[in-house]
Design a protein around this ligand. Sequence first.
Ligand SMILES: [Zn+2]
Ligand SMILES: [Zn+2]
Length: 376
Amino acid sequence: MIEQKINEFFGDAESTGFGTGWWSGILSAFFGFLSFGAVLCLHFPQLLTSPELRPHYPMHIMRVLIQCLIVGAILFGIIASILRKKKILALTGTLFAIAATALGGSSVRINPNLGNGPAIGMDWFLLDMLLMAIIYVPLERLWPQYPEQGTFRNEWTLDVVYFMSTHFPIQVLSFLVLLPATQAVKYLGVPVLQHLIAHIPWLFQFLLAIVVADVAEYFIHLALHKVPFLWRFHAVHHSSKALDWIAGSRSHFVDDTLVRGFILVPLMLGFSQSIIFAYLIFVTLHATWTHCNFGPNAKWLEQFLVMPRYHHWHHTSQKEGIDKNFAIHFPWIDKLFGTYYYPDEWPQRYGLDGEEIARGFVGQTIAPFTKRKRTS
Ligand SMILES: [Zn+2]
Ligand SMILES: [Zn+2]
């Protein structure tokens, strides 16, 4: 399996604590990989970058960012090679950075005449990976609920593959494909509704959009659990035995497409493109957040807003938490429909309740279409 190979490749037996060169090695490899990918994007924008994002890049800043990634990869590579006996991470990062520099680094000229042909969307994958890792990994390292779990837990590479799959090739599935879909506002929109909503202050429009989206999400999520054929797809998301920021991206593409479609259609009836766009950013950040291995809780806040512990109860394999907490933003939606479960402690176990699914990305993608039974 690919995931296992990558794990063996990077996971050396030396200790991974602070000061052992583990983190500098990881950062070197991560920054090196990102800088190399970014330079490739500069060379082949037509093929690799998303047409929807291209016009919006502040290129000056992007070039500075690429330069920083290259320098960062080399600096952390040096630190790691001093601190650590095994040099594989430092070497990987430094080689990527050298390759990025050899290919022209941050100063590659871009061909200004680009069409709107199909593209892979590597720019979005790299940017989102960088952003999410910068936001969530430090939070999980500083205040973890399960400190022994670690960032590179069992099956983390499987979830990186899922993260890639939703950003990479089959654009029909990604966030960005839904961006042009927001154009459909023109056709789906109900003028009276649009007119009414447009007169509310922006912030309240935004809050209303989150409520509408979460009610829609509630019902499709409920169906994903209760309809056996749909559960086969959603079971993939529930197969994680340890939750963190990247576990949230483990999701079958049928599951993803259904949920996004169900959320977007009601939004398009009455909300403007700017609200829908703001909601897409919000849901990406919040949904990722609810999967985080993050311990602290604010009592006053968790009454209004889904916090990690709330969604963790949705992922438990303990009987009392099964088919509870379907809402993704507001706990009171579950209260309203009688599916609220929120004791004061954290769950003890996660994953599927006595059910086995295929291992690995390819198996999990194909199996739901072919297998017939749901054992529980
Ligand atoms: Zn679920
Ligand atoms: Zn989840």
